[in-house]
Design a protein around this ligand. Sequence first.
Ligand code: GLU
Length: 445
Amino acid sequence: MAEVVEKVYEQVVARNRGETEFHQAVREVLDSLAPVIAKHPHYADDALLERIVEPERQVIFRVPWVDDAGNVQVNRGFRIEFNSALGPYKGGLRFHPSVNAGIIKFLGFEQIFKNALTNQAIGGGKGGSDFDPHGRSDAEVMRFCQSFMTELSRHIGPSTDVPAGDIGVGGREIGFLFGQYKRLRNSYDAGVLTGKGLGWGGSLVRTEATGYGTVLFAQSMLATKGQSLEGKRVAVSGSGNVAIYAIEKAQQLGATPITFSDSSGYVVDEAGVDLDLLKQVKEVERGRVADYVSRRPGARLVTEGRVWDVPAEVALPCATQNELGGAGAATLLRNGCAVVAEGANMPSTPEAIEAFQAAGILYAPGKAANAGGVATSALEMEQNAGRTRWSFETAEAKLTGIMADIHDSCVAAAEEYGRPGDYVLGANAAGFTRVADVMIAHGIV
Ligand code: GLU
């Protein structure tokens, strides 16, 4: 790494002690920026790099609520408003016991560049809580969301900060959060949250967008080699919203997804995933992957090892950060995997990324491949602002166009900085330069 970016990285580590995921996300971006700064040294002027790694604002708050047994529970809430150069802070809320300041900071940092890649007017932010919705009743989830929003409402707004979903936050949670926001403000500000229900300001295709976009990105990468997804075996991890709609789009494009997973293990279904059953188990029943296996002859649940042990030509990590390590990458490569597109945020460890790049396979980082979700959130904001609703076809055509543009921007930037085919460099350089140019225009703020 060039000296200037090394210094910035050391400051980040010193100032954000123990926040290893944030260090990892910053390191990856700064590594990519060395050739950009070498070619355009003005990007290191006026402490621009020091400013871009420091959140504009961080809010940490107490979230007290009463469970069904009458006990008072206390969780911690976060909203990290990282960068507003391009538009209102934009990014999801994650409810998961692993959430802490470092996790939200890494996600918010990634979001800056991802959102820039979409070429829409959205800045970067992220939030969440260490609250675990699993095993909680709807009433408990509602009371938690109401308490969380009571504080969060002071910090957000359609032109200020627009949260959405992420792990543990889906349509149900967005509904409770929106209801409380509307009640507190006495104002129907549909554009304050995205991922809303279709009857109250939500956009068609938002539910599908992250998974669909990830597969469209994989298809674009394959097209650069004159290939397609048709007939390919696909290993998918996760079984949430991203995984389900990645499986759906992969099937539509003629591929055969054969796996999915949750924290209890992974499922292999050699005949191809039965999507209706998977949706019934996960979306309707909020069940576990074992509930799929018990109703699907031929499918098996594996509780040892990783989904990456299953031979597949395409891998779509759609679960969570650092789920695909050096060993998983080595197994995938040994079994002939030639395409990896990340539906999750930072699912591959640095060792895994290095292995993919050394092998010269097609590898797309999440900030490019999974940007379809937030891009469609921006389309939802656009419809809310115009008090209009688009058809599924209109929204999907826009998503398809945006994913193609992101792909082409990554390819062009990788070429410009001398590493053709390097989607990590391409995504980071293209995202960074868009944000940095605007930060320079806005002066030292
Ligand atoms: N949580 C999603 C992401 O990681 C979506 C954010 C949004 O729609 O604002 O990009």
